[in-house]
Write a protein that binds this ligand. Structure first.
Ligand code: DSN
Length: 439
């Protein structure tokens, strides 16, 4: 007999699925380069009353009553962002990295403008694509030439392109971001073109804040966008930071445009519970970010070296594989990116298949590579020794073609020792928490 599910049954089913998901991640090695674990103190604020409320505009200039404490929270969050990133201008209202990118596009471009940016198969974020936010704004992006051996932009050709195109905005930053963007090296070309320089730091925000990777706003970028839940291990949210060009009046004008791009440009309410959680993350990163960022980079370099020694084709060899949290591996010899990523998932090693610079961007479903990120494993307390074992587990699945179910048992056993959160206040609390639905 087919039993018809009631609404409550569906609610309980969702509860059960969330529980299963949480347990699965507890028993896995999460290695998606864009994810992380929020700290216990920040997590608590996500279920506060702030979740239920609205605030539009800026502190002291709202369109709703009831924002007395919200205003203070927003002011503190903004100050913490300025302190962490050593900037005069910060907007903590965007609700995601893409949303922050949309706000900048609204502020700095108009339909019909031309901008320049990295190519999709060279790791550019989807929001900069023709079918993403850039295209939706009616803006055309001309792609920088990419050097596969350097795993970075071809500096000479990029300089020529910028001088020729004279883009309104020159975009840097990627979602597969192994090495710093050559903003310093391109300064002459950027100035000659009179371009506004925008850096999408979503992936590497926590590294930048921790003094690793590069320092875009002091290397020539005028504005930096980011999401706050990748190497910066906070709530799912976005941020905009700026070092605008010119005198005081020009700087203020530039910043006002950005802030109008945020509201009323691309958001209404800005998810206040996430904003309060972000304040905790920023405070924690001021305290622990340097050590965390340093360990992330050491871990990524160790994992890359180990995989390389096992015979994997790890990209970026010429420059030491990576200077960030990310590693890119060409897995054609092991059956292709998709096949390897799916086998790894069966072994509870979670990563994603990824386009490589020489892949056809029109075929994103069957690319040659996998992307691995170590920021979450580092957050769980793993160091270089553990990275060597992670490389061995990956090799057993991808290279030796061992039964993923067998490897999964070893992953689960290994992971038991690494399920508490580090680099935050209240260290050593349980990482993968599940809150039962009230029945
Ligand atoms: N594109 C996502 C990633 O890098 O995984 C983030 O937006």
């Amino acid at each position: 007999m087919v039993r018809i599910m009631s609404s409550l049954d569906y609610a309980l089913k969702i509860n059960e699925l969330v529980k299963k998901h949480t347990e699965w991640f507890r028993d896995s090695l999460p290695m998606i380069a864009s994810e992380n674990l929020i700290s216990p103190m920040a997590m608590q604020l996500l279920i506060s009353d702030l979740h239920n409320r609205y605030a539009e505009g800026l502190p002291g200039k709202r369109y709703y009553q009831g924002n007395i404490y919200v205003d203070e929270i927003e002011e503190i969050t903004t100050e913490l962002a300025k302190k962490l990133f050593r900037v005069d201008y910060a907007d903590v209202r965007p609700i995601s990295g893409t949303n922050a990118n949309q706000a900048v596009l609204f502020a700095l471009t108009k339909p019909g403008d031309v901008i320049t940016g990295p190519p999709l198969q060279g790791g550019a974020h989807i929001s900069s694509a023709k079918f993403g936010s850039v295209g939706m704004r009616g803006v055309t992006k001309i792609e920088y030439p990419f050097d596969v051996e350097e795993m970075n932009l071809d500096i000479d050709l990029t300089a020529k392109l910028i001088k020729m195109v004279k883009p309104k905005v020159a975009l840097f930053g990627r979602s597969v971001f192994l090495f710093p963007a050559p903003i310093k090296e391109l300064q002459d070309a950027l100035q000659e073109a009179g371009a506004k320089v925008w850096y999408d730091g979503a992936h590497v925000l926590g590294l930048i804040a921790g003094g690793q990777f590069q320092d875009p706003l002091r290397e020539g970028a005028h504005v930096m966008t980011g999401s706050t839940h990748k190497t910066l291990p906070g709530p799912q949210r976005g941020i905009i930071l700026a070092n605008p060009p010119g005198d005081e009046e020009k700087r203020e004008k530039f910043w006002n445009k950005i802030q109008r791009g945020v509201f009323p440009g691309v958001i209404s309410n800005h998810h206040l519970h996430h904003m309060a959680a972000l304040a905790i993350t920023l405070a924690e990163h001021i305290e622990f970010g340097k050590k965390y960022a340093e360990q992330i980079v050491r871990n990524a370099q160790t994992l890359a070296q180990e995989l390389y020694e096992y015979g994997f084709k790890v990209l970026g060899e010429k420059n030491g594989f990576t200077k960030s949290h990310t590693i890119l591996v060409d897995t054609v010899a092991q059956g292709g990116g998709r096949r390897v990523a799916e086998d790894l998932e069966k072994a509870n090693i979670i990563c994603n298949y990824n386009l490589l610079p020489y892949d056809d961007p029109k075929k994103p479903r069957n690319p040659s590579g996998i992307r691995l990120g170590v920021q979450e494993l580092t957050r769980l307390g793993m160091k270089e020794g553990e990275m060597k074992y992670v490389a061995e587990l990956i090799k057993r699945v991808a290279m030796d073609k061992e039964d993923p179910a067998k490897v999964r048992e070893d992953v689960k056993e290994f992971k038991k020792e690494f399920n508490t959160i580090h680099y935050c206040f209240n260290e050593d609390e349980e990482a993968y928490r599940f809150i039962e639905l009230v029945k």
